[in-house]
Design a protein around this ligand. Sequence first.
Ligand SMILES: Cc1cc2nc3c(=O)[nH]c(=O)nc-3n(C[C@H](O)[C@H](O)[C@H](O)COP(=O)(O)O)c2cc1C
Length: 381
Amino acid sequence: MHLGNCHNFYDFRALAQRKLPGPIFNYIDGAADDEATLRQNTASFERCDLVPNILRGVEKIDMSVTVMGQKLAMPVYCSPTALQRLFHHQGERAVAAAAAKFGTMFGVSSLGTVSLEELRKAYDTPQVYQFYFHKDRALNRAMMQRAKDAGINVMALTVDSITGGNRERDLRTGFSIPFQLSFGGMLQFAIKPMWAINYLTHERFALPQLDEHVDMSGGAISIGRYFTEMLDAAMNWTDVAEMVRAWNGQFCLKGLMSVADARRAVDIGCTGIILSNHGGRQLDGSRAAFDQLAEIVDAVGDRIDVMMDGGVRRGTHVLKALSLGAKAVGVGRYYLFPLAAAGQAGVERALNLMRTEIERDMKLMGCSSIRELSRANLRFR
Ligand SMILES: Cc1cc2nc3c(=O)[nH]c(=O)nc-3n(C[C@H](O)[C@H](O)[C@H](O)COP(=O)(O)O)c2cc1C
């Protein structure tokens, strides 16, 4: 198996599995508890059928969208994910470069491994900064100011991770940052020497979004402890309303799922919401975002940009979400496995396949622009 043989998500996943040490592959691939939500995320798209129209003159396809004030050449963006230089030494640089090439938006995680300033300067495409709410309010203010100074286009506060999810695969492999590997885990690294050589011969692992504020690099605090000790489980709507006011720009909540919460997000002045269950990695049993989408679009879709992520593996999944009323769709593992498999070339190939699929599927649906997609194109089983 090599990059040229990768034609879909599952091919990239298989190639990534061959290249990555087991604990790292399982960190990306895994989810919380019984991983039921992880499975539901993709299954939810399969309970919905497409009803195409014909003879509509579809020789030219326009798949561009505008979301949260950002014009995107395709309706899919790279959702923020942590620790990318652990998956491939190019890390966030590869994802940002590929996103820029395809004219789409990418998210940089506050647990990212390349600084938001470097990425903002180097890649001319909309950039979302994802952050968590800390107990230390001065730290929250400092991180927001830093993002403002860097010229970040969109702020995304992740609200589904008030505490860490129960990732049993990670417990079994001993995956943690900084590394504290079990003997079995160490063997898994030893049998992937190419990964180990790349990891060890490139710049030292770091978390530059946090290093300035929190001593994590020296092993003083693990990511598990970061979630339980530094993040504020007492965070509430008043706190977030204050942040939205302070940011005074494009601000979205990531990981919201209920209609009531969507209404409150509008009330406090958010300009976007991302329906998400964090790829099934937080609350197992949580509903798939796609299943919640219609209700939420009906409640607030005329007042706020509704996006979603989770389980998206195909162009048809994206078209289904857009037909229901999403403004754009995020992907996580869809670009992470290609990143692990082949760095920037992998992410570019994945985005190219996605763009090609969307274009082909729009033609087959009889739609030449995203605006033409509607619920008339869908039937639920
Ligand atoms: C390995 C990994 C790391 C992630 N890290 C973050 C993160 O740091 N912050 C965040 O808000 N979401 C994070 N997510 C969630 C993604 O942004 C996104 O919601 C999810 O991956 C969507 O599901 P999908 O992988 O099925 O596309 C992560 C997901 C994965 C798979």
